[in-house]
Design a protein around this ligand. Structure first.
Ligand SMILES: [Fe+2]
Ligand SMILES: [Fe+2]
Length: 313
């Protein structure tokens, strides 16, 4: 049982009340909200170039501008597909907890959260199916990891926060990119607006859950949590590099392209930038020892984790 989740905590309750009111005030009908043209122009960028996985790399120099634009289309379908899968998994976890005694305090906000995420999952899936004719498969991860037994909810909500912050790095930039089609900018803008509430909530919740966990944890258990979250960040980041998207864009040797990009010199800087705010939050609250994210290829290779954190082979 998590004391701060069951006892009324003034600060946490105020945040929840404010965010719940904002959800009510900003409520919109997603099924009427968007313009869905029959098709989007094939000669435009579908993602901001700096957010694509090949930007500033040798691979980009080997491709023509037209190939890079085509690739941005498939990378955008991959990005929205990752959203669909990530949302489905976070909905399962939040729904499991919504009316438990442990999460009585945030229960009301969970209703807004679940409703909004269902709508996000719908418009991301709609985009993929309309303009890519498919949703890419969920990326597969690696093996079991040792975790403290009482850290489950902390890790669930930390994973949700990491996922939402990663997505928001892309949404906030694409919402403002005038070179993108209006429909793409609109989807990214609307999602960014909703996610600002979810991220504000997630930070409060993770901070509170971590304080409770830390009060009873050993040094080794704290290190296990930090290590797990860093590996989860790497796994999430690497899921942006989908060989099937390279293949669909007509890029030769897609697995080799992926490997070269993940081992290349741009990766650490790109990854650090994507997680800049997340790392700073985790380090400031003592959840990670530092805010430098060391890419796994610089360390001994370790198995990746699935988004749900479950064992996958
Ligand atoms: Fe969302
Ligand atoms: Fe969200």
């Amino acid at each position: 049982m998590t004391p701060a989740m069951t006892k009324p905590d003034v600060r946490f309750q105020e945040v929840l009340d404010r965010l719940s009111s904002m959800s009510v005030e900003n409520y919109y009908n997603p099924y009427r909200m968007f313009e869905w043209p029959d098709e989007l122009p094939g000669d435009m960028w579908w993602m901001s170039p700096t957010l694509t996985t090949t930007y500033g790399t040798d691979i980009a120099e080997e491709l023509t501008q037209e190939q890079l634009r085509v690739l941005s289309r498939y990378e955008s379908i991959n990005f929205y597909s990752l959203n669909v899968h990530g949302i489905r998994e976070l909905l399962i976890e939040v729904t499991k907890r919504i009316h438990t005694a442990e999460f009585a305090v945030p229960s009301r906000f969970f209703h807004h959260f679940i409703g909004e995420e269902n709508e996000h999952m719908w418009f991301f899936a709609e985009f993929c199916l309309r303009y890519g004719a498919k949703i890419y498969k969920q990326p597969r991860g690696g093996a079991e990891t040792i975790l403290p037994p009482n850290a489950e909810s902390l890790l669930v909500f930390a994973r949700i926060l990491i996922f939402e912050e990663l997505v928001d790095h892309f949404n906030s930039q694409m919402a403002l990119d005038k070179d993108l089609h209006d429909t793409i900018r609109q989807i990214n803008r609307i999602h960014h607006q909703d996610e600002s509430r979810h991220i504000a909530f997630g930070r409060e919740l993770v901070r509170t859950l971590f304080e409770d966990f830390r009060s009873q944890a050993t040094g080794e258990e704290l290190a296990q949590v930090g290590d797990y979250l860093k590996r989860y960040m790497s796994f999430s980041f690497e899921s942006l590099f989908n060989p099937q998207a390279y293949r669909d864009a007509g890029v030769g040797k897609p697995l080799e392209v992926r490997r070269r990009l993940l081992e290349g010199p741009r990766r650490p800087e790109f990854e650090q930038r994507v997680f800049r705010k997340t790392l700073s939050f985790l380090a400031k609250n003592g959840i990670l020892g530092d805010k430098d994210h060391v890419s796994p290829h610089r360390r001994r290779p370790r198995p990746a984790l699935s988004r749900s954190g479950s064992a996958r082979t």
